[in-house]
Design a protein around this ligand. Structure first.
Ligand code: A3P
Length: 353
C-alpha cells in the first residue's frame, strides 16, 4: 500500500492539522465535510487545496477504490446542476427518502474526493460500505467533478481506460451551457467565505471570464470546461450503459423525463406517482427552502459561516439564459467563437436559454 508523497506546502499544513486521509489516516472529526473543506481552503488557499484533492485523494482512490454495482456517481463540471442531480438520484434509488421531511443531498451523496481529503472517511471505510454512515440504501450515491481521465476509481471501474469498464459502473453526468455555468461559478467563488477567494473578488468578472475561457478556474480538479465536457460526451457515446449524459436545460424543461431517464439508467422501476413526487421534492423551490433552513440551522449550532454575507445563495436563480445580465455583447461574441471552434464536429450542442 503506498501513500502518495505530499509535495506541496499545503500537505505540510494538512499534516499539522491531521486532516489528510489518503489511505486510512485521521478519523472523521464529526464536522460536515463541506464545512471542513471550507476550513481547509481558508488555511492553505483554494488552489493549493484543490490541487491537493487531485494529487492525494484522487491518487488513493484511483489506486485502490473498487466501487460496487450498488454505487453510482453524479459527475459534473462545477455549477452545472450537481446538487439537483444528486437529489434526483437519491430520491430514485431510495424510496424511504421520498417521505423524509428534509433531505440534505450534499451529505447524503458526498463529494468523494473531498470526503477522503478532509478525513471524513478512509478508503477502507469507503470500500467496506461503512461510509456514508447513514442507514444502508440500495445504492450509494457519490458526487465527483473529476475529468474522465481522473475518475476516482481503480482501473477496471473507470470509463476512460482502454478496456470497457465493468457493466455495473454507473456515472450520471450533467452538463449545462457554459455561459450560465461560468456566471454561476463566479457567484459561487464570490460567496465562499475563504479569504483566498479574494483573487476572484478583486479581479472581478472580466478576469474571471478570461480565466474560465483559458480553462484556469479555481476548480482545478475539473480543469477546462471544453475538455471536461467533450471527454465525458465521448465516454457517454462509447459506453452508454455506463455513462448517462443529461443536460441541465432539458431537465428544466421536462424534469419528469429526466427522472425517468435516471431511473431507467439505474434500473429502478418508478411509477408515474413516484416520478411526480421526485420532481416535486427536487424542485428548485423545495430544494432551496430545505437547503437554506439546513444551513441556517448548521450556522446557528456551530457558529460557522458557510457563505459570505451579502453574496448569492447556492440556490441562486436556477434558470437558463441568466448569463445575459452578466455578459457584454463582446464577451458573448468571444465566447460563441471559442465554443464553435472547440465543439466543432462533436455533435454536442448546448441550449443557451
Ligand atoms: P445558478 O447559480 O445559475 O442559480 P451545482 O449544484 O453544480 O453547484 O449547481 C448550482 C446551480 O444549479 C445553481 O445555478 C443553482 O441555482 C442550480 N440548481 C440547483 N438546484 C436546482 C434545481 N432543483 N432546479 C434548477 N436549478 C437548480
Amino acid at each position: 500500500r503506498s501513500t502518495p508523497k505530499p509535495s506541496s506546502a499545503a500537505s505540510d499544513v494538512y499534516k499539522r492539522q491531521g486532516s489528510v486521509n489518503v489511505d486510512g489516516g485521521a478519523a472523521a472529526n464529526g464536522q460536515r465535510w463541506d464545512v471542513a473543506l471550507m476550513g481547509a481552503t481558508a488555511r492553505v488557499g483554494e488552489h493549493a487545496f484543490r490541487a491537493e484533492i487531485s494529487a492525494c485523494a484522487t491518487g488513493g482512490l484511483r489506486r485502490s477504490f473498487h466501487p460496487t454495482d450498488e454505487d453510482c456517481f453524479v459527475c459534473t463540471f462545477p455549477k452545472s446542476g450537481t446538487t439537483w442531480l444528486q437529489m434526483v438520484c437519491l430520491l430514485v434509488v431510495d424510496e424511504r427518502l421520498r417521505s423524509k421531511r428534509s433531505i440534505d443531498a450534499v451529505t447524503e451523496a458526498p463529494w468523494l474526493e473531498a470526503a477522503v481529503a478532509t478525513g471524513h472517511c478512509t478508503l477502507r471505510e469507503l470500500q467496506d460500505g461503512a461510509y456514508p454512515r447513514n442507514p444502508p440504501r440500495p445504492r450509494r450515491v457519490f458526487k465527483t467533478h473529476a475529468t474522465v481521465a481522473r475518475f476516482p476509481a481503480a482501473a477496471a471501474r473507470r470509463p476512460g481506460g482502454a478496456a470497457a469498464p465493468d457493466p455495473g459502473l454507473k456515472v450520471l453526468v450533467c452538463t449545462r451551457n457554459p455561459k450560465d455555468t461560468c456566471v454561476s461559478l463566479y457567484h459561487h467563488a464570490r460567496a465562499m467565505p475563504s479569504e483566498t477567494h479574494d483573487y476572484h473578488l478583486t479581479s472581478g468578472w472580466n478576469q474571471f471570464l478570461a480565466d474560465f475561457l483559458d480553462g484556469n478556474t479555481a476548480e482545478a480538479e475539473a480543469g477546462d470546461w471544453f475538455d471536461w465536457t467533450l471527454r465525458w460526451h465521448e465516454a457517454s457515446l462509447k459506453h452508454p450503459e455506463n455513462v448517462l449524459l443529461l443536460h441541465y436545460e432539458a431537465m428544466l424543461k421536462d424534469p419528469a423525463a429526466a427522472v425517468r431517464s435516471v431511473a431507467d439508467f439505474l434500473l429502478v422501476d418508478v411509477s408515474d406517482a413516484d416520478v411526480a413526487l421526485i420532481v416535486e421534492r427536487s424542485s428548485f423551490k423545495n430544494m432551496k427552502r430545505d437547503h437554506e433552513a439546513q444551513m441556517a440551522d448548521y450556522e446557528k449550532k456551530t457558529g460557522s459561516v458557510t457563505r459570505r454575507p451579502g453574496e448569492s445563495a447556492h440556490f441562486r436563480r436556477g434558470e437558463a439564459g441568466g448569463w445575459r445580465s452578466a455578459f457584454s455583447e463582446s464577451d458573448a461574441a468571444k465566447f460563441d467563437h471559442l465554443y464553435a471552434i472547440k465543439m466543432a464536429g462533436s455533435g454536442l450542442q448546448h441550449d443557451f436559454g
